[in-house]
Design a protein around this ligand. Sequence first.
Ligand code: GTQ
Length: 343
Amino acid sequence: MATQTLPTPAVVADSADKLVRDLEGSATLPLWAQMAKLNPALPNPRCTPHVWRYDEVRPYLLRAGQVVSEKQAERRVLMLVNPGRNEAPYTTDTIYGGLQLVMPNETAAAHRHVAFAMRFIIEGNGGFTAVHGRRVQMNRGDVILTPRWNWHDHGKDGSGPMIWLDGLDLPQFRHFPVHFVEHFKDPRYPAEDIDTDASPIVFKWHKMQARLDAQAGDWASQRYTRNDGSEVSKTLGAAAERVTAGKSSPIRQETASSMYHVVSGSGRTIIYGPDNEEEKLTWKRNDTFCIPTWARFQHFADCADGAGGAGDVYLFRCDDVPMITSLGFYRTSEDDAEGLVSH
Ligand code: GTQ
């Protein structure tokens, strides 16, 4: 009796692994291999909460003032690089922050760019910035805007350093490759001195503080808005907050991310993890810290820093609320999720 032999298959059985191997060179990838990465269970910042201590960064910045000329640098800035990404321009995943120094008689040369900038003035006297032909003075606590594509240069009279915190929307240009700069032919763009108090791009600290003090409660928050009531830009916005000495802000969790700067007072911010484990950021006057998207956080005003006031904490905040909101991404943990269904 003849033995029966099974026919050998003409082809190896197909499989998912073989398919994935065969896809190489096809300019496609299987979504199913990275579904959880592309549709994560929760907002997933790469940036982590972090404090940049002014006492630590300031000496490096002053050294840069000695060894890097403003002509070499164009902008003499130490960028605040988030340890979670370890790469510029990420202070948060959507916000760039940097500490900029101008020394007396220097000019940070005129240029203009697509990026929007806001500046919080930290220290020094006699500094000025000329924005599209109008020169305004820099004073501690003021916020000064550089709207998109406006020519701008910075300078300083008198003695001592002028230092401020820059907030720009640079991270967005990793997605939208539409950012570029134009340099003016001269270091300074022709400008006239204008009344800084009347400038629509300058927000004086004393006015903001009065708004915060007029708001009842242990925690107050006020946004910086243009004369027409709009946010300061379509990407980044700004706010200031007050926390009464010894008290705290409410716990917040939102899809916006933020960069905070301590105007006065000292305290701490607690970030609560998924199992309520606590991460503590302690800070004092002139420090800068960041809150990634969807972190649950709460500020505590712990003690006075001797810099005046009764120990209330005042914070400046640069955030991405306008961008996140206009794109339809803004939500907080307080929102009714069904109310977020778009139509
Ligand atoms: O002052 O124009 O921190 O162009 C980064 C890029 C500041 C500025 C920065 C800039 C500027």
